[in-house]
Design a protein around this ligand. Sequence first.
Ligand SMILES: Cc1cc2nc3c(=O)[nH]c(=O)nc-3n(C[C@H](O)[C@H](O)[C@H](O)COP(=O)(O)O)c2cc1C
Length: 186
Amino acid sequence: MADVKILGICGSLRKASLNMAALRACNELLPSGMTMRITSIADLPMFNQDVFDAGLPEPARRLRAEIAEADGVLLACPEYNFSLSGALKNAIDWASRPPNQAWQDKPVAIFSATQGPLGGARVQYDVRRILVQLWAHVLPRPEVFIGMAPSKFDAQGKLTDENTRKFLADLLTGFKPWIERMKVKK
Ligand SMILES: Cc1cc2nc3c(=O)[nH]c(=O)nc-3n(C[C@H](O)[C@H](O)[C@H](O)COP(=O)(O)O)c2cc1C
């Protein structure tokens, strides 16, 4: 059987992002038969329906195509002021407009990493609420909240906390059958 291909998207644009570091760690934790590539949302302009209508900017066209081609999407979500980063919301918006909105029937898994102890408990429910109304299928469990994130990575951004590595591995292991279960018969 062909590998399940997932697309990783990080909602933080900063170079030393802990969410991006955790997303990179996921590459080492994938179950067999699953592959991941990580895309960038840094070059997306701010969503503007006039720009959309005039013709998709290249970064938006690319993102939509990458989501459409992936079997599932893994979102690494920083929490900004109890909710999504502007960058992640902007990426979701660019992919959300018809025709062929890219989130339709797309299996999605999410995790979050924050400086504080809650690990992004609030952002995850906002991401779920947004994606559900776009008919994405968000994996219900396990939930992975990486709290006190700076203490869980070394100076090079390697995820050193064994429990967190196990939580992420469990998320990815659960995501694979979810993708197969949610596959739309065409
Ligand atoms: C604009 C802004 C708002 C933030 N709001 C929250 C918040 O609501 N909850 C929280 O736990 N951390 C918050 N933080 C701290 C982030 O958790 C921390 O900066 C984290 O490292 C961001 O993720 P990153 O490392 O992937 O960039 C905020 C940071 C920024 C820049």
